[in-house]
Design a protein around this ligand. Structure first.
Ligand SMILES: [Zn+2]
Length: 338
């Protein structure tokens, strides 16, 4: 008998045996007997070496057919017996516990950014974005920054050889918007900003800001306070209070720093708020008339407020994170907590 005939007979035998198999154990026994490492099929295939080369392709084809035929018979038998086994390799064991897929989630910085934007959207602000590579004019000059202001120094700002810079704040977006549209303006500008800083627990070379600008007739500091108080309550909780302290920024006059009452201790004083009960969150103020003049708005007619804050700082407060660098290490074990 030829090897081809032996192979065909083996398939017929295996199919007959599997058609009669009464339980999963006999199916498994048949699998071992025919396809196992020392089974009948490998045994026959060992004879392939002695076959003349011209006959090999045809024999290979037959051997494949037999192997697939036995596998199909195994599968049919397994299904017939309830489909619970997985010995044939292709059947599904529905009794096995499922594998839980790990879902991705938003980075805490993105969460805070999205939530912050959502709060301001509800108050009627629209989102404006601009380039991260900026001109000195948009980033400093138009914002009334004195020529000798230290923030302009290459020690603090990244300059390109052509004189452009990586923006140090998102305020240049406000300039671009005001140059393009007439008041009233009510925008928030979220985005990444860059400063030449040595990274430590509270400073990074790049971080995220959101700034707001409202220009209309008769805008007052009270409007600014109301807006920021609403934001504080919506983002961090009903009990959060805010306060203003006088400050100085070139692009606003008067300027204030806005503190939120500490959400860790409720204002009683703790390590996070350095026992003051307050956390510095935002810089703000009434838009300096010099800025209005730079963009072609008449300061006699229009008034406005602007504010800006760091997203990382809010994320750190919200999630009690004590080191800014943790937010940038892409450690999924850390990020999965949020
Ligand atoms: Zn505190």
């Amino acid at each position: 008998m030829s090897l081809a005939t032996d192979l065909e007979l083996l398939l017929a035998e295996a199919e007959a045996a599997l058609a009669q198999a009464a339980d999963a154990a006999s199916v498994e026994a048949a699998r071992v007997k025919y396809l196992g490492r020392k089974g009948r099929l490998p045994e026959l295939m060992a004879g392939l070496g002695a076959v003349p080369p011209a006959e090999k392709p045809e024999l290979g084809r037959v051997a494949n057919k037999v192997k697939n035929g036995i596998a199909a018979a195994l599968e049919t038998a397994t299904e017939r017996l309830g489909g619970a086994g997985c010995h044939a390799g292709s059947a599904v064991d529905v009794t096995l516990a499922g594998r839980r897929r790990r879902l991705g989630r938003k980075h805490p910085i993105s969460q805070v950014m999205d939530d912050t934007i959502a709060v301001f959207r509800r108050m009627g602000f629209i989102v404006a974005e601009g380039p991260e590579i900026e001109t000195v004019y948009h980033n400093f000059d138009a914002l009334n920054t004195p020529d000798d202001h230290p923030s302009r120094e290459p020690q603090d700002t990244f300059y390109f050889p052509d004189g452009r810079i990586l923006r140090t704040q998102t305020s240049p977006v406000q300039i671009r918007v005001m140059k393009n549209i007439k008041p009233p303006v009510r925008i928030v500008c979220p985005g990444r900003v860059f400063r030449r800083d040595t990274p430590d627990a509270t400073h990074g070379m790049n971080f995220h800001q959101i700034e707001g600008l409202y220009v209309d007739k008769n805008v007052s500091l009270a409007d600014l306070k109301g807006t920021l108080a609403t934001f504080a309550r919506e983002l961090l909780g009903e009990d959060v209070k805010i306060r203003f302290r006088p400050h100085f920024f070139p692009f606003t006059e008067p300027s204030v720093e806005c503190d939120f009452s500490c959400i860790m201790c409720g204002g009683k004083g703790c390590r996070v708020c350095k026992h003051s009960g307050w956390l510095e969150i935002a810089g703000a103020g009434m838009v300096n008339p010099a800025v209005f003049r730079a963009v072609g708005y008449d300061p006699e007619e229009w008034t406005g407020y602007a504010f800006g804050m760091g997203i990382e700082r809010i994320a750190m407060i919200r999630h009690r994170i004590n080191d800014l660098r943790l937010l940038y290490e892409n450690n999924t074990k850390f990020l999965h907590q949020f």
